[in-house]
Design a binder for this molecule. Structure first.
Ligand code: ADP
Length: 293
């Protein structure tokens, strides 16, 4: 039996439509049940909430940026020398301000995704170039944690058709997760190759455009892993799994909830496989650039 659920716009009203078969105990089909529900008010309330959060996040950025700037000035000794305790406190204020700004930016991105107002600048991009930007930001953390990182991108890999800023955000999130959720001295691999449609998971193969080429990118680690019952939830907002590195890693549980819709906006899909105590593999595909574009 298949259930069907969708939203319809009927003039000014939004309607939720659900349809499902009605079966006898023995499985014999009696007919179908169709439920139409007017959800105009709910949709409007949701839109107002998204708009409110969007405006709030935007407004919060201005004072946060001022706090960050003045804290930086203090820590550089611009207003006179600091003693060790003062410097330590100012550094803590600075890093927490940075975290707060990153959180506000994530929330702002979520509201953009929800309201369908993410603006994409489509370009043909070298994956190696996108990765090197991410590596520059993460290399300190990787060496601090003593991880061994292997990147493999075959020569001649087609360019990807994407938005540079969003691709950076996706790679940064996946790679920084691999770094954070892998105990010190672990291994991380980033591999890219042309996707083979027959090797994709069923649910991904069903939705890709069979007529085009895709690049597959895999971020694999020897980290804490994710339990099977938690796997479907890691892309939910604020969801964080129970794991030995949860506290040390910090984080908000917003990263993956942004990564998935961003990949889908770029015409790709993401999936994950993982074993607790052994590691995780996050794989995603993005459309390859057509020749000459
Ligand atoms: P966070 O800010 O907590 O890192 P994310 O949305 O990026 O948020 O990830 C959600 C959760 O998924 C994490 O809190 C962690 O429990 C789990 N997770 C993500 N990546 C990995 C990984 N590479 N290995 C193990 N667990 C991971």
């Amino acid at each position: 039996p298949r259930l069907f659920n969708t939203m319809l716009q009927l003039g000014v009203r939004t309607v939720n439509l659900s349809m499902g078969p009605v079966l006898k105990d023995g499985g014999e089909l009696l007919g179908a049940l169709l439920v139409l529900r007017d959800i105009t008010r709910e949709v409007e309330a949701d839109r107002l909430k998204t708009e409110f959060i969007g405006t709030m996040s935007h407004e919060l950025r201005t004072p946060m940026t001022a706090i960050k700037g003045f804290t930086q000035l203090l820590s550089m000794g611009g207003l006179g020398p600091l003693n060790d305790t003062q410097r330590e406190f100012v550094t803590t204020i600075y890093s927490n301000t940075e975290r707060m700004i990153a959180m506000i930016n994530d929330v702002l991105d979520i509201t953009k995704i929800e309201s369908g107002s993410v603006e994409l600048e489509w370009r043909s991009l070298h994956l190696a170039e996108a990765l090197s930007g991410v590596m520059a930001e993460l290399k300190g953390l990787i060496s601090e944690r003593g991880h061994e990182l292997t990147i493999s991108i075959p020569p001649g890999l087609p360019l990807v058709r994407a938005d540079a800023h969003r691709l950076h955000q996706i790679l940064f999130n996946l790679l920084s997760n691999a770094v954070k959720y892998t105990p010190k001295g672990g291994k991380i691999w980033v591999e890219a190759y042309e996707a083979r449609l027959d090797e994709l998971p069923d649910e991904v193969r069903d939705v890709v455009d069979q007529g085009r080429r895709y690049t597959q990118i895999m971020v694999r680690d020897t980290g804490v892993g994710i339990a099977p019952d938690e796997l479907p939830r890691i892309f939910d907002r604020f969801y964080r799994t129970e794991n030995p590195l949860k506290i040390e890693a910090g984080g908000t549980g917003l990263g993956l909830s942004l990564v998935r819709p961003l990949i889908e906006l770029l015409g790709g899909r993401i999936w994950v496989s993982s074993t607790v105590g052994e590691g995780s593999t996050f794989s995603f595909i993005l459309p390859a650039a057509e020749a000459g574009k």
